[in-house]
Design a protein around this ligand. Structure first.
Ligand code: PLP
Length: 397
């Protein structure tokens, strides 16, 4: 018996455990001080009314002979896929129903999709990055190269013809940087992928935070994307489904390599290894796409965006360089006074009792940067920014 030795190559992730330890120690030493957490990546607002009502109704159905649902289609019920098809139509993207696969979230599909690619492929991953892309490839032993995202390119690296890769990850709006690609920039990636016979794994988990029609919310808004891209979407941040679990992945029929259809391969993979998302959850997800549901989720997204603006305004006032915060719940700032990410973490905790996430935890290029999130309450975000304002005035001129 041999284990998968690739797991030995995974780096232990101490990021969030170190943060928790430091905060705990600080709180024990300073019981009178209130710590505000702006490091969380989870939503805090509850599910909207339409979703709750739809799920309650589905629960009742499940308790009757007529309305009971057992195993459903692994790739999702048509009632939900039709709604998603309509959602894409609003972005002028036409999808066939069987190009849409309902999942239990983007994280699973981002990892599982690697089943349909050879382990011999080279993957290109931006740095800094959502750590799942790196770890899932390490687990399968693929060669990883990094696309350098930095202050010079506003954390939006573009393709380079000298770089040879078979699979490339793009996340826009980005976690952790909040940076968003425009259509011209995405077109460069699409052209590069088509020319180099590569596949783009496009993570659109934060697309709902974009409110500028000129910015792409789907890679399929870009001409040529259907022959080179797979798109991963999630209701986690869109509709507060982080604990409810539902997402969807789009695999176009046009994606063909070595006479094999990636859509057919993914269907085979899913029908073999996945038994679908619960009926009750899919009914809740369906409600997200109703007119009322869209109105209700927008209220929550606007709530978080208001927080993002408060954070962004405070940084702008002090000339602190940052990306994100407009079309994203994340704000990625350059640590003042040339502090390292962890130095700034300690400084912010000590002087303002505000907790964020050190950028160094997201990759080499994250060093010297820091992530704040807008998923807290309006009140606490305001209070945290008042404290940050004072701190920057006093110590970081
Ligand atoms: N992709 C990115 C970039 C994320 O930041 C996250 C969650 O934080 C996910 C995917 C995971 O989404 P889901 O909850 O749908 O698995």
């Amino acid at each position: 018996m041999e284990i998968n030795k690739n797991y030995k190559n995974l780096e232990a992730s101490y990021l969030f455990s170190t943060i928790a330890k430091k905060v705990k120690e600080f709180a024990e030493k300073n019981p009178d001080k209130k710590v505000i957490r702006l490091g969380i990546g989870d939503v805090t607002r509850p599910l909207c009314k339409s979703v709750v009502e739809a799920m309650k109704k589905a629960v009742d159905e499940m308790g009757t002979f007529e309305g009971f649902h057992g195993y459903g289609p692994e790739q999702g019920y048509d009632f939900l896929k039709e709604k998603i098809q309509g959602y894409y139509k609003e972005k002028n993207v036409t999808l066939k129903l069987d190009e849409i696969f309902i999942s239990d979230g983007a994280k699973s599909d981002l990892g599982n999709i690697l089943d349909i690619f050879s382990k011999e492929n080279t993957v290109l991953i931006p740095d800094p990055v959502y750590p799942v892309y790196v770890d899932t490839n390490i687990m399968q032993g693929r060669k990883i190269i990094f696309a350098q995202a930095n202050q010079e390119n506003n954390f939006l690296p573009l393709p380079n013809d000298d770089v040879k890769a078979d699979i490339v990850y793009i996340c826009s709006p980005n976690n952790p940087t909040g940076a968003v690609y425009n259509k011209e920039q995405l077109k460069k990636w699409v052209d590069w992928a088509n020319k180099n016979n590569a596949v783009i794994l496009y993570d659109a988990a934060y697309e709902c935070f974009i409110n500028d029609n000129n910015l792409p919310r789907s890679i399929f808004e870009i001409e040529g994307a259907k022959t080179c891209a797979i798109e991963f979407c999630s209701l986690s941040k869109t509709a507060g489904f982080t604990g409810t679990r539902c997402g969807y992945t789009v695999v176009p029929f046009e994606l063909e390599f070595d006479d094999m259809s990636l859509n057919k391969m993914w269907l085979r993979r899913q029908t073999t290894k996945f038994n679908g998302v619960p009926y009750i959850v899919q009914r809740g997800a369906e409600a997200v796409f109703s007119e009322q549901g869209q109105k209700e989720i927008k209220e929550n997204i606007d709530y978080y965006k208001k927080n993002a603006k408060i954070i962004a305004d405070t940084l702008t006032k002090h000339n602190v360089w940052f990306t994100g915060g407009v079309h994203s719940p994340y704000i990625w700032l350059k640590c003042p006074n040339n502090m390292t990410s962890w130095e700034f973490f300690d400084f912010l905790l000590e002087k303002a009792q505000v907790v964020g996430t050190p950028g160094a935890g997201f990759g080499k290029n994250g060093e010297g940067f820091f992530r704040l999130t807008s998923f807290g309450t309006n009140e606490l975000t305001k209070e945290a920014m008042e404290r940050l304002d004072k701190m920057l005035t006093t110590y970081c001129k």
